[in-house]
Write a protein that binds this ligand. Structure first.
Ligand SMILES: NC(=O)c1ccc[n+]([C@@H]2O[C@H](COP(=O)([O-])OP(=O)(O)OC[C@H]3O[C@@H](n4cnc5c(N)ncnc54)[C@H](O)[C@@H]3O)[C@@H](O)[C@H]2O)c1
Length: 258
């Protein structure tokens, strides 16, 4: 039985890896022995992240700059990952943006941007990775959805629609590519303590006490907890799991709130 989380000899590409969950995932993959490629729009951020990881694991990490909404840049990143590590075993399709606003006032550009990055970008990354993985004989793709792709909240129309789209995309690609030995799963985080949530709380735009009270676990998640669940989905320990969305939300979506 294979239960290993050892990624020695494997190559992982992570999008949105300059900060937040993607950076925590990158730390987890590098720690598990993977050669790791970070892809992000934030040029400074992604280079700083790669330098920090390479300081502990020399030569294991490289940084690439681009947008997941650009299919050519995404395809080039997948090719660069193969050049760096020899294969493309894992893709953490993680980059995304949040966006809140009343639906009656939502302007076209904001709607389109939310769908373009969170759904179209996720498809372009999965497609480019799938093409390489099909040719090399397999691989594992983990899409970052959200608990808000499984349950809803007001004033998040584009975000919820896009993340629900990612959940559906995960199922479609999983069944389409299962015979190519490519697994496609999704991680759906609940509220996680990141720089963003800390900033919003400090500005009074997010009520952490109210959120903590709403989560059955009584607290927000940590980026490391999302990273470890993602590592499971990417690894051989989940070899017979495909098309699934693993909701890591401290029980939020299971709780029918009074
Ligand atoms: N933080 C949470 O509580 C939470 C909860 C559920 C889901 N998520 C999802 O997790 C993922 C990561 O979120 P996070 O909280 O770490 O956010 P974050 O803002 O800290 O990180 C997102 C990263 O993606 C990059 N990025 C944004 N647009 C990009 C693009 N077009 N191309 C390439 N890179 C791009 C940003 O530069 C940034 O480094 C997102 O998909 C988000 O929807 C986060």
């Amino acid at each position: 039985m294979t239960t290993t989380f050892d990624f020695t000899g494997r190559t992982a590409l992570l999008t949105g890896a300059a900060s937040g969950l993607g950076l925590a995932m990158a730390r987890a993959f590098v720690g598990a022995g993977a050669k790791t490629v970070l892809f992000d729009l934030d040029e400074d951020g992604v280079r700083v992240a790669a330098d920090a990881l390479n300081a502990d694991h020399p030569g294991q990490v490289t940084a690439l700059v681009g947008s997941i909404t650009d299919p050519a840049a995404v395809a080039a990143a997948c090719e660069a990952a193969v050049a760096f590590g020899g294969r493309l075993d894992v893709v953490m399709n993680n980059a995304g943006i949040s966006g809140n606003g009343p639906s009656l006032d939502l302007d076209e550009a904001t709607w389109r941007r939310g769908i373009d990055i969170n759904l179209n970008g996720a498809f372009f990354v999965a497609q480019a990775a799938g093409r390489i993985m099909a040719e090399q004989g397999g691989g594992s793709i983990v899409n970052t959805a959200s608990m808000y792709g499984v349950v809803a909240a007001p004033e998040r129309a584009a975000y919820c629609a896009a993340k629900a789209g990612v959940v559906a995309l995960t199922k479609v690609l999983a069944i389409e590519w299962a015979d190519r030995n490519i697994r496609v799963n999704a991680i759906a985080p609940g509220y996680v303590r990141t720089a963003l949530t800390e900033t919003l709380a400090a500005q009074g735009r997010l009520d952490l006490d109210a959120l903590n009270a709403r989560v059955p676990a009584g607290r927000l998640g940590t980026p490391e907890e999302i990273a470890s669940a993602s590592l499971f989905l990417a690894s051989d320990a989940s070899a017979y799991v495909t098309g699934q969305t693993l909701v890591a939300d401290g029980g939020w979506s299971s709780y029918s709130y009074l």
